[in-house]
Design a protein around this ligand. Structure first.
Ligand code: F6P
Length: 530
């Protein structure tokens, strides 16, 4: 891959500082540097990528063997090499596809049977006295369903859904306060059924239900790969929805972990969500590189992070209901590709990452866009916008939202020169030195790259497309970087140390052997505990 990275560095040297706006002198620039699937458009023309750079980026995809590795993933090969597992979240949405073999065994009958059980159970809950569902999980067992339930609130016709993740007692206390234990269903979502936060919250919820007149043996369900542990917790098998270890936590919203979403929007809505994901799978497998949305999203990301060296990227959905998407993508992208070594254990050849962050527009405009426009670090931005909202009587709000979204990407590209700023200040009545001083504060360097994803409306199908789009983007970036996107060893050390610190914090063990800072912090905290 050295030759491909070198070619890209040469492209950067040749084009760095070039005006992105000037690229639009080529007629058709926008269409040439966009990709489309169905009614979804990905416009990456407001970047410094030209034909030669795109060809060099596609060189990365080819040299890394993305096509073969993509098929290896879809066909159940153990591509999660450090854990010896297949990576088959795509099987969960393979609604009418063919068999998918893992070790020669077709997993589809079990996947479809579990989906049927979920449908029956979701309908049963929706038709019952249950008024509230509390999903207890963390990471991939929380972020996906929490994001999707909020995203699809216009389709929500089931019981209210709540999400508890943090081990901070404030989270569960605030959530349970005001709920009726007799009409609440608690879903314990944990792939391993060992995660300390989830199990602590689950035990607290069970005690609450017992105390408040509910019936935990009838009002708890579990989503997990461990039959034994769910049984030990006291959840009967008919309310346990299992999945296999080839579904990674951050890729699990498509199966049992999505049960709260299915209860919220109904099995038909959930099917549409799966179909959206499946539609993106088909596009990803069939479309030519330059027309392939996940591939181009990944390549634009690699260009900005690994070649241009921009250390973070902002995800900016102009869609209030996607407010949790940046958090969801943070886990998806950073837990997947935030690694320091390649598959063979050798250090990665280029920096991994980047940091993914963001917030819903227009809120972010009044918070951190100042830095995005005038700060000294370039933050490539990924805008998202629906052509239509759901509020038929508030169309003017949506038009304003669209105008803001498009204006931001235009402003980032166009900027404002010193002369234009002077002109503005002159018109405002400034003169002389004060005009000059004020003008400098109003300069926007511009030439800041962004992409825009446009979709017709945020319905279940479209959300499925968006989530699968980002999953495959992570896959492509991971393959090009040569890393395993499907393990997460980086979360282990903190967990181990927390376990060893717990008795120290509780006072049953000494902080001896801890570093001076940790020992001081424990002692200080203990002194301030009543
Ligand atoms: O701590 C990381 C992690 O393992 C994530 O990958 C996962 O989504 C989360 O914890 C929750 O794990 P589980 O579903 O097993 O409780």
């Amino acid at each position: 891959m050295t030759a491909q990275w070198d070619a890209l560095r040469a492209r950067l040297e040749e084009t760095e500082g070039r005006s992105i706006l000037s690229l639009f002198e080529t007629p058709d620039r926008a269409a040439q540097f966009s990709a489309q699937t169905g009614d979804m458009l990905f416009d990456y023309s407001k970047t410094n990528i030209d034909d030669a750079t795109r060809a060099a980026l596609i060189g990365l995809v080819e040299a890394a063997g993305v096509a073969e590795k993509r098929e290896a993933m879809f066909s159940g090969a153990p591509i999660n090499d450090t854990e010896g597992r297949a990576v088959l979240h795509t099987a969960l949405r393979n609604l009418d596809g063919g068999p998918v073999l893992v070790d020669g065994f077709d997993v589809m009958p079990d996947v479809l049977a579990t989906l049927d059980r979920m449908r029956i159970y979701a309908n049963h809950v929706r038709d019952s006295e249950i008024t509230d569902v509390v999903n207890i999980g963390i990471g991939g067992s929380d972020l996906g369903p929490a994001m999707a339930v909020e995203a699809l609130s216009p389709y929500h016709d089931g019981p209210r859904c709540h999400f508890v993740s943090n081990v901070d007692g404030a989270h569960i206390a605030d959530t349970l306060r005001g709920l009726d234990a007799r009409t609440t269903l608690v879903i314990v979502a944990s792939k391993t059924f060992t995660t300390i936060e989830t199990m602590t919250n689950a035990r607290t919820a069970k005690a609450w239900m017992q105390d408040q007149g509910g019936n935990p043996s009838a009002q708890f369900a579990a989503l997990s790969t461990s039959e034994e542990k769910t049984r030990d917790f006291g959840i009967p098998a008919e309310r346990v929805f299992g999945f296999e270890d080839w579904v990674g936590g951050r890729y699990s919203v498509w199966g049992p972990i999505g049960l709260s979403l299915m209860i919220a929007i109904g099995p038909k809505g959930f099917d549409a969500f799966l179909r959206g994901g499946q539609d993106m799978d088909r596009h990803f497998r069939a479309a030519a590189w330059a027309e392939n949305l996940p591939v181009m999203l990944a390549l634009v990301g690699l260009w900005h992070a690994q070649v241009c060296g921009h250390a973070s990227r902002a995800v900016l959905p102009y869609d209030q209901r996607l407010a949790k998407l940046p958090d969801y993508l943070q886990q998806l992208e950073m837990e997947s590709n935030g690694k320091g070594v390649q598959m063979d254990g050798k250090p990665v050849a280029v920096p991994s990452g980047p940091v993914v962050w963001g917030a819903a527009g227009t809120n972010g405009q009044h918070a951190f866009y100042q830095l995005i426009h005038q700060g000294t670090r370039v933050v490539p931005c990924e805008f998202m916008i629906a052509a239509e909202g759901h509020e038929a009587d508030l169309v003017h709000h949506h038009q304003l939202l669209i105008a803001n979204c498009l204006a931001q990407s235009e402003a980032l590209m166009r900027g404002r020169s010193l002369n234009e700023a002077r002109e503005k200040m002159r018109a405002a009545g400034f003169t002389g030195e004060e005009l000059e001083r004020q003008a400098h504060h109003r300069v926007f360097t511009g030439n800041r790259p962004s992409t825009t994803l446009v979709y017709p409306q945020l319905d279940p199908f479209t959300l499925g497309q968006i989530v699968a789009l980002y999953e495959h983007r992570v896959f492509v970036e991971g393959v090009v970087l040569g890393i395993n996107s499907y393990d997460q060893w980086g979360v282990e050390l903190g967990k181990e140390l927390a376990t060893s610190l717990q008795p120290v914090v509780e006072g049953s063990a000494d902080p001896q052997g801890k570093d001076g800072s940790t020992a001081q912090l424990v002692t200080f905290i203990r002194r301030h505990q009543s």
